[in-house]
Design a protein around this ligand. Structure first.
Ligand code: ADP
Ligand code: MG
Length: 240
């Protein structure tokens, strides 16, 4: 049993957006703990609060109420600059539409988090980026621009970028939502291999076939989180 503090801890987290038609309760009193090394899925209908939940954990957005601790850091204590640097080191973020910078080559995109957080010596960064691209079988595309790649290749480049600073936590918001099912399957296998190598992984998905393969799946309905525990068929679940 893992006696260490959880990697992610949310205590009574609520998020209210002010809309023209009134308040939108995107998250209601969410409690959550995720241990280091877990592979956790998040599913739920569109608009249920999945992205809001991820944005709380990455510090991309702030809760209206409640406390959030990730990798030993209490996020409410950090200002925007501190949050951005903290996120750059501790979390790799993967999006549905990849969010690669279109005017930078693939290798430059992968080096960006290292440059931003001043991780690794400048002359070591290109070599490290190439190694990461090699891990996702994309080394031969390193000097191309993103728009010359397929969707699956762009997502693999985004995965290499997410790994740039060797973060303990990776979060992905519908990372296979824009990919065909065969490509999605290969991307998912890549995620599984990251978990096998000790990363903690949190993934929002609409794809029930993939969700069924994730050891622990959370469901969000109308901002309320339901923890269904473990699927029972995964190998990465840890007791908690
Ligand atoms: P999901 O990712 O599950 O589709 P979201 O977390 O994006 O859902 O959204 C949850 C709810 O919060 C929705 O009603 C959405 O319209 C609302 N919402 C999300 N972001 C904002 C925002 N920046 N401003 C106002 N409302 C928002
Ligand atoms: Mg969403």
């Amino acid at each position: 049993m893992n006696m260490e503090a959880p990697l992610i801890r949310l205590d009574d987290v609520s998020k209210v957006y002010k809309g023209p038609a009134g308040d939108i309760h995107a998250l209601c009193d969410v409690d959550l703990q995720v241990g280091a090394g877990e592979f956790v899925g998040v599913r739920g209908p569109s608009g249920s609060g999945k992205s809001t939940l991820l944005n709380m954990i990455t510090g991309i957005d702030r809760p209206t109420e409640g406390e959030i601790e990730v990798a030993g850091t209490s996020l409410v204590d950090l200002n925007e600059n501190e949050l951005a640097r903290w996120r750059g080191k501790q979390i790799g973020v993967i999006f549905q539409f990849f969010q690669l910078l279109p005017t930078l080559t693939i290798i430059e995109n992968v080096m960006l988090p290292m440059d931003f957080c001043r991780m690794y010596k400048p002359r070591e960064r290109p070599e490290r980026a190439l190694e990461l691209l090699d891990q996702v079988e994309l080394a031969d595309q390193a000097y191309k621009l993103p728009n010359t790649l397929s969707g699956g290749q762009m997502q693999r480049a985004a995965i290499a970028r997410a790994l740039a600073n060797d973060p303990p936590l990776i979060v992905a918001d519908e990372p296979t939502g824009n990919l065909d099912s065969r490509t999605a399957d290969r991307i998912f296998e890549l995620f599984e291999s990251l978990v096998d190598r000790g990363r903690t992984f949190l993934m929002v998905t609409h794809d029930n076939n993939l969700a069924d393969r994730i050891p622990r799946v959370l469901e969000v309905f109308d901002g309320v989180l339901h923890d269904n525990g473990h699927n029972g068929n995964g190998t990465n679940g840890k007791g908690h």
